[in-house]
Design a binder for this molecule. Sequence first.
Ligand code: ASP
Length: 345
Amino acid sequence: MNPSKPNILIIYTGGTIGMIEDASTGTLRPFDFDHLIENVPKINKLGYDISHRQFAEPIDSSDMDPHYWEMIAECITENYTDYDGFVVLHGTDTMAYTASALSFMLGNLHKPVIITGSQLPIGEVRTDGEENLITALQIAAAKDPATGEPMIQEVAILFENYLWRGNRSTKMSADNFNAFKSNNYPPLAKIGLGIHFNHEALWRSPSRRPLDLRKHLDPSVVVVDLFPGITESTLRHLLNTPGVKGVVLKTYGAGNAPTSEWFYKLMSEAVERGIVILNITQCANGGVNSRYYAGDRLSRAGVISGHDMTCEAAVTKMMHLFGMGLPSAEVAKYLSCSLIGEITV
Ligand code: ASP
């Protein structure tokens, strides 16, 4: 290793960026990482020291789960002191969940963890994968000229023209190259002719303590998406799912739900049983407030406000808090606070 060169670790998990077409079926399937480097000889022009690790079996990110998140977080932790930054190559479908989960799992992070992927396989002529990978590497290597510290000290998603806070991001398009957005938080950087960092938006951990891996996640969580016509028996069934400890309730507009008595009763009974219910909005922009009777009634039933959190952040934050072994009251308390910039309070 040359100490004057940025030293970056790429962690390849799978996804379109590393896929090829299976000639016999015409479908895309994952291939070996070495093939990816062969396809991007430009990487060598960066002049970085780059190493890689990869999943034994690269996956389509539809198969992503807490066990894989633990593997990625452990890989970053084990290599943390040896590298300046980390680039995680990942499928786009669940990328925002992975970015959110890692942001909670990697406590006191002071180095960049940049997640990227692509809409077209890297081997295709019009691929977006090549640019995304190269820009992600450059961001992972970027230092703040004022302090000499890493410019990015958080988990972020780089896609096409923007760098987004990981736990604020959502996949917005199944086919646009600008596939991600954080609807309630500004971009961390805009990518055009240059990479323009938005200094005010960058996360800086208040603690100087060493990286703290919080790898246990408890998936005893369910997402309930309201719709007009949802019945009492459906909702009762969902709230009584065996083993469930937390519910992410996706409500209308500014956090509103049916005002009927049965709805209120089901919510308050679940809260009394110790189930933590978190209210987030179904809308892409904005968040929950108790402006209307329909929303205020939910908070009276003991439902917690998730303010402007994304569903991806809400689900993984619950898994993280329950995974820490916290009792329901503590989980409820932390859910509406900002742990790592995931919520505007
Ligand atoms: N299904 C793929 C995945 O998420 C899509 C992609 O990579 O964009 O792994």
